[in-house]
Design a protein around this ligand. Structure first.
Ligand SMILES: Cc1cc2nc3c(=O)[nH]c(=O)nc-3n(C[C@H](O)[C@H](O)[C@H](O)COP(=O)(O)OP(=O)(O)OC[C@H]3O[C@@H](n4cnc5c(N)ncnc54)[C@H](O)[C@@H]3O)c2cc1C
Length: 499
């Protein structure tokens, strides 16, 4: 590799990772670099990945995507959170809702006040004070920045969408701005004898593609980062027990819910994602406890509507590529690691990876110090998301199957053990600097799964019993009135269609 300018960027793969990377790179750096994307229709894409988290709203906006067009082009719907059902016992549920819960005092988060009110006899769950949760339960949605007349946040949302249609939309946008797409199967990859840098892709039809920087978006195949450069993998399957998913679409149901459902099953959990034209369903499970046939049966039996296709099994390994950037290859998407879909984080990790790549984009040559810092940041991000996902398994309250009992007993990362212990003993929880999941997200899952702290912040005791009671009542009323004033999710999407 010389220290000349990085001009030719080659993206390998045209799934969500490939086309999201192409779309942002061409938008920001299109005048400085040439971008080629190679994909193979014969290989296809993974075909799942339909639930997201709120930063996608700003990401789409940054790409210049109009929200109405987006929802209509992808059969998209609104997501206000994830309903976790049967994780603490059959019939129980809670929601990890986006946005705030209640009203924080300076220096004292609302959940401390809720804990005190609970001790005083308030039997309303923590989530009852979340606008997102209450709107989700009522199948309501409107774009609302604030609760009227207050400075409390309004509805915070993300999307569900058809991943194939989203990739098509991103492809249209990228090609219009100059990304060159090549259809073909990559049969061989050659590297430089001295530097080990990737030099050429050889396609089955004889085409040869050269590049200065390669972005590996080849999915679980990890063609460049693993098969060519043998960059190691850190296996997290001892902490994240599921290694398979079986997926199937089914017919739409009457109520268009503005949230994802995650229902605990005997050896994993089932997702239900409402799109405008169908439901996306899947069962994520551990092959150690459940065979593929049993998983398919369990999924089909647990559907709310008629299956539209045969169930499809997908195998995966949870963990992370040891170096997400190695030599002149940056891996983005499933090639860079996978944390299982429980909190819908993979597409977000694609967005942050391509954003990070742009920030670190090499001008002349590739400098190891830039690569190292990129890798440090990616590692910290993956580890914090990993801990949040393990939390759900570790503190489950199911004792009816060996899978769930084993999850309760498993060892966990020390970083997570410290967080759980701090919360249990003191009610305090702090997300790390730059961590994706906020304190409120941690509070919702911990309290939702019945991890009730032994103590709370002393400021909660500075309010009188009447003040605590009045606060809870006024928040309840405010949220109820706000939800009443908001149209249904279906009406919102209908308005979107007709405009
Ligand atoms: C069961 C499951 C559920 C998920 N649910 C969610 C979710 O709800 N939310 C979320 O954010 N994420 C989810 N994900 C993750 C999400 O699906 C992926 O992060 C996302 O789709 C990106 O995939 P990708 O582009 O990396 O890979 P793919 O979609 O697999 O794309 C790989 C690309 O590489 C190309 N390719 C591969 N080999 C070759 C070759 N030899 N020659 C040429 N081209 C080649 C393919 O043609 C394809 O275009 C889920 C993942 C799984 C497994």
């Amino acid at each position: 590799m010389t220290d000349s300018k990085i001009k030719q960027v080659v993206i390998v793969g045209g799934g969500t990772a490939g086309w999201l990377s192409a779309a942002l790179l061409v938008k920001v750096l299109g005048k400085a670099i040439n971008i080629t994307l190679v994909e193979s229709e014969q290989v296809g894409t993974i075909g799942v990945g339909e639930a997201t988290i709120p930063p996608i709203v700003d990401f789409n906006r940054a790409l210049g995507i109009d929200e109405k067009e987006f929802l209509s082009a992808t059969n998209g719907t609104i997501k206000l959170g994830i309903s976790f059902e049967d994780w603490t016992g059959i019939g129980d549920s809670y929601m990890h809702a986006f946005g705030g819960v209640g009203k924080n005092l300076a220096f004292c988060d609302f959940h401390h006040l809720w804990l005190r009110s609970r001790n005083l006899g308030n039997n309303k769950p923590f989530g009852h004070y979340s606008l997102n949760y209450r709107a989700a339960c009522a199948n309501k949605f409107a774009k609302l920045n604030n609760i009227q007349g207050t400075n409390l946040p309004g509805l915070v949302y993300a999307y569900h969408f058809d991943a194939g249609l989203y990739a098509k939309l991103l492809r249209r946008i990228s090609e219009a701005q100059g990304v060159k797409r090549i259809e073909g199967f990559i049969e061989q990859v050659t590297t430089n004898d001295e530097s080990g840098f990737v030099e050429e892709l050889h396609l089955r039809d004889g085409q040869v593609i050269k590049g200065d920087l390669f972005i590996d978006c080849s999915g679980l195949a990890a063609l460049l980062i693993d098969k060519t450069l043998n960059t190691g993998f850190e296996d997290w399957s001892h902490w994240l027990p599921c290694d398979r998913a079986v997926a199937v679409p089914s017919k739409s149901i009457d109520e268009l819910r503005p949230y994802t459902r995650s229902i605990a099953r005997s050896a994993g959990w089932q997702w239900q994602i409402p799109l405008q034209h169908r439901l996306g369903n899947g069962l994520v499970y551990s092959s150690k406890y459940l065979s593929d046939e049993e998983a398919s049966q369990q999924l089909l039996q647990g559907l709310d509507s008629e299956a539209l296709e045969k169930p499809r099994v997908i195998s995966f390994k949870t963990g992370r590529r040891l170096k997400q950037w190695h030599k002149n290859v940056v891996s983005i998407g499933l090639s860079s690691g996978f944390l299982e879909p429980l909190e819908s984080t993979s597409i977000h990790l694609i967005q942050t990876a391509v954003t990070r790549l742009i920030k670190f984009f090499p001008n002349t040559g590739i400098k190891q110090c830039e690569v190292d810092e990129f890798n440090n940041q990616s590692k910290a991000e993956y580890e914090s998301v990993r801990d949040f996902i393990i939390l759900h398994y570790k503190i489950n309250k199911r004792s009816d199957t060996k899978f769930w009992r084993d999850c309760q007993r498993m060892d966990i990362p020390t970083s997570l053990a410290a967080k759980i212990s701090l919360f249990k003993q003191s009610g305090k929880v702090f997300s790390n600097y730059n961590e994706l999941f906020t304190d409120i997200a941690w509070q919702q899952v911990m309290l939702g799964q019945g991890l009730i702290p032994d103590d709370y912040h002393p400021m909660a005791d500075t309010l009188t019993v009447e003040q605590i009671s009045d606060l809870m009542t006024s928040l309840d009323t405010l949220i109820e009135r706000t939800v009443e004033s908001v149209p249904t999710h279906q009406q919102f999407l209908g308005d979107t269609d007709s405009n």
